[in-house]
Design a binder for this molecule. Sequence first.
Ligand code: HEC
Ligand code: HEC
Ligand code: HEC
Ligand code: HEC
Length: 413
Amino acid sequence: MSACLRCPSLAAAGVIAGVFLAGACFEGASAQPRINADDGPELRTLYANSQDVAEGKRIVESSCAGCHGANGVSESPGVPHLAGQRPAYLYLELKAYQAGVRGESAMNNVVRPLNDDALFKAAAYFASLDPPQTSAANSANATAPDPVQAGKTAAAGCVGCHGDGGISKTPGMPSLVGLDPKYLVAAMKAYKSGQRKNDMMKSMLASVTDASMNNIALYFGLQKPARAQTPAAGDKAAGETAAAACAGCHGSDGVSGNPATPSLAGQDASYIASALQGYKQGARSDETMKGLAASLDDSAVKNVAAFYAGQEPKQPNVRKPQTAEEWAERCDRCHGINGNSADPRLPALAAQRLDYLEKVLQAYRTGARKSPQMAAMSDVLTDQDITNIAAYYTRQKARGVVFVILQSKSGTK
Ligand code: HEC
Ligand code: HEC
Ligand code: HEC
Ligand code: HEC
């Protein structure tokens, strides 16, 4: 059996060997690490023989099958599939549970009484099984919504007043473009809770969920900014002088660097004026702005509004969330093509249970499960990213690990 011609170190080691992952030799060659028998004790799982696997099967049937399934395909929420999982990875994780480095009371209790030999054999057995197939239930999760598109759809009823792309054409209606999504979400929530008093906006947002607000804000945050297409009566030069008092927070050109402080550049002038009235009269409660607004008389308000309305708005600091496919390009560097790891020490992700993938990605992010590589990777993931990535990997086809149990030395030469 010449299963792994392009993995010379493996073939050379091929005494009584479970030849690992022929597929990886052909297509993941660049990512394929060189494996030497003396690399680490976990790699012993690569050299399991048929007797080890048979003993592993007995151990699994008595101690593991109740949760992981006798065929390594789990039927239980939160319990991972183990069939076809990479052998050295399985062994390393079992050691981690045994040492208490990875915590999960069910698993810690199961492995504590087992000796090293039993862990090695159970790992070899699970690794030798056919991997799970992607199920219909998994595929149903296939279409993760694009948040920007969802935001655009949800904002369809808003643009009549706020203008296409959030650029106002109507005096008194604020532009929503050029504002940080965090500010937009906070403003929407303030209307909804009644903390910011405006009955019309309150009823407008009554049935809009938090998730939808996030999408709407993201959509407007990503639109190309332009000044409101509304008139601005007032003395811009006088306004610029008065605006010196505002620059520290709103930016000298009206572009704020702080998500909690709205940008004013290019905003509709009548809205700026009515917002300042709102602070003066209490429709909006912000102590700082109340004091500042009180210090401006009507003509100063008009002038400041004209000055800011004439400034050039800028795109806030938002990036379009990456799609699962874009993320996967980064994950696959370690986890193999479409999550089919070519390194026996790194887990395959393809066709793994959706609920399990979500659970462990959350656990890496919070630090409950520790791994330096995965902490760095998962730090930047949002909840939505995790949902999308888990849905992506759960529906990838798991590629069969060619786990050939060689009977004798003569079999390889
Ligand atoms: C009581 C149910 C239960 C039993 C019995 C059980 N497991 Fe588990 N196993 C779990 C759960 C739940 C997890 C996921 C825990 C986590 O998130 O850390 C898990 C995780 C694992 C993992 C980590 C998989 C991965 O992809 O990281 C391995 C390996 C494993 N089990 C092997 C075994 C073996 C071998 C046995 C028998 C000796 C066994 N388990 C018995 C419930 C069980
Ligand atoms: C009928 C016209 C109208 C519609 C439709 C409308 N708005 Fe408004 N919106 C307003 C007005 C007027 C204000 C200013 C209210 C105030 O003075 O606080 C406002 C204010 C806002 C603000 C605060 C802006 C700021 O700079 O603080 C946000 C955010 C907002 N609207 C979002 C939305 C969203 C999202 C929708 C669609 C779900 C929507 N609006 C639909 C008229 C409308
Ligand atoms: C100490 C920081 C600070 C200073 C100085 C300041 N602002 Fe503000 N401003 C804020 C914050 C924070 C908000 C948002 C408050 C809220 O959520 O209602 C705000 C809100 C506003 C708004 C409402 C914008 C919108 O989209 O609804 C206007 C208009 C405004 N400021 C104008 C001014 C003017 C004019 C000055 C100078 C006279 C000024 N601000 C000075 C912090 C400041
Ligand atoms: C630099 C290499 C590297 C990269 C890149 C990487 N991972 Fe991992 N990943 C690992 C290692 C190492 C482990 C095993 C860590 C442990 O023992 O907990 C792991 C474990 C996992 C697990 C747990 C599998 C299981 O069966 O329990 C998941 C899920 C996972 N990674 C998903 C991802 C995703 C999603 C990405 C991309 C966003 C990613 N990884 C990127 C190295 C990497």
